[in-house]
Every structure is written in structure tokens, then in C-alpha cells.
Design a protein around this ligand. Sequence first.
Ligand SMILES: *[C@@H]1O[C@H](CO)[C@@H](O)[C@H](O)[C@H]1NC(C)=O
Ligand SMILES: *[C@@H]1O[C@H](CO)[C@@H](O)[C@H](O)[C@H]1NC(C)=O
Ligand SMILES: *[C@@H]1O[C@H](CO)[C@@H](O)[C@H](O)[C@H]1NC(C)=O
Length: 229
Amino acid sequence: MRFNFVLISCFLLVPAVLADKAGAWWDEDKGAFNYIVGSFFAPQLSGDPGSGISLWVAIDSGGCQTSDGGLTSGIVSTVTLNGTQHQGFLVWDPNSPLDFDITISTGDHIQITLNIIDPSRGSVSFVNLSNGQSVTKTFQASAALCGSEAEWMVGHGMTSGQQLSLAIFDSVSITGAAAGARGGSSYYPFGANLRVLYSGDEPGATHPAVTNTTAYSDGSLTVTYLGSQ
Ligand SMILES: *[C@@H]1O[C@H](CO)[C@@H](O)[C@H](O)[C@H]1NC(C)=O
Ligand SMILES: *[C@@H]1O[C@H](CO)[C@@H](O)[C@H](O)[C@H]1NC(C)=O
Ligand SMILES: *[C@@H]1O[C@H](CO)[C@@H](O)[C@H](O)[C@H]1NC(C)=O
């Protein structure tokens, strides 16, 4: 079975702490979020070998009011001489990132769900929407989540502490995107805060946007590559 599950410590992907990301996010009251879900196709990339992108969903990315806790899970996709390769990961800040040892191929339709069971216990599920196989891992972390932020993002990946240069892609979409608290309100990309990627740290004439982000009322968002400018 290819969709087995092993956690390997420290592939050192740290997209969660990167400012360089494009997508949709909600910043609400504490407790607004205890789950988030999103699906995507593992993307076909081009560009220089070693460049890449990452797609992820997260709760409290960048920490919350009361602790450094933040839970992020997704894939990092990189350009290699043999095509695009994909690696699943999860990060519960401030702990080290972990790899999901699942063999993801370009075009695989993957759904990722984060569930917060209590502030320092959560589960991450990867479902292969093409064949229904899933893996769920429940784990505990020292830093509590407060459930005030939820996001669906596309951004740079990092390996071994180095930010990967952005690979070239047409567009990538996250569909079936929803977040909220069980029994509470639901939130979708449409109506959320949106952000795009810039060629530098700050937007401006010398750092034009390299992506555009559009959120649709069907629970999806698309990040379009505009060119490296
Ligand atoms: C590319 O794939 C071939 C055949 O599977 C393998 O022999 C080769 O080592 C791979 N090259 C790289 C750079 O991964
Ligand atoms: C997902 O399912 C498809 C269809 O069975 C299969 O080709 C692919 O390898 C699977 N991917 C993963 C990550 O299990
Ligand atoms: C970016 O997307 C918005 C819709 O979300 C659209 O109105 C705008 O024209 C797009 N901009 C570019 C440069 O493609």
C-alpha cells in the first residue's frame, strides 16, 4: 500500500513561518476554528531544478494570542531533473516539522483535514480522493492552539532552512475549502482576507506581484502565476 503513514522527523520544511505566501485567511475570535479542510491536485511545476512551491492548510499559523502554537499541514512540491516531486509534511509550531511518508505523484487528488481535539491535541488526515484511502495521525504538542486563525495558502517551501525559489506554474487551486468550529459558524475562502506573492518582501513598484489570488463562492480559491517580473 502506497498510502501508508510514517512520521520522519525534520525534513525541515517550514512554510508555516514564512511571510511569503498567497491565499486566503480568516482572523477571528479565539475558538472560531477547530477544523480546516482543503483539497488540491499535486501540481505540475516547471522552472529551475530545486525551485518549488508549497500548498497547505493551517490553524493559528504564526502562533496565537496565548502561545506559539500553530498547526500546518500540506505538501512541498519541487522541480527535479525527473519531474515534479511531492512531500507531505506537518508542523505543530514551535516543534520541528515532520514528513508524512506517503508517495504522492503529480496529479494525485489529496484532501487534508486538521482537527483540533483539545488545545494541544489534534489530528491530521490525508485522503487520496482518487481511491478513498486515508491516513490519520493524532498527536499532542506542548504549545496550545487558540483557534483564532485559519488559512489556505500557496507559498515558497523551505528545505534545510533555505527558502526555495518559486517554481513556475499556471495556477493552483484549493477546493472544498472550509473551516470553523464544530457546531459553530463555517468559513470559506470567499469573503476571507486574500493575499498575493510579491517578488520581494514588501509590495511596491520594485516588488510587483508574482501571483494573483481569487476566491470563489463554491469554496475554492485559485492562485495564478503572473510571471517572475
Ligand atoms: C531519475 O530517474 C531515474 C530512473 O528512475 C534514476 O535512475 C535517476 O537517478 C533519477 N535522477 C535523479 C536526479 O533523481
Ligand atoms: C491515489 O489513488 C490513485 C488511484 O488509485 C493512485 O494512482 C495514486 O497512486 C494514489 N496516491 C496516493 C498518494 O496514494
Ligand atoms: C486578480 O484577480 C482579481 C479577481 O480576484 C481580478 O479582478 C484582477 O483583474 C486580477 N489581476 C490580475 C493582474 O490578473
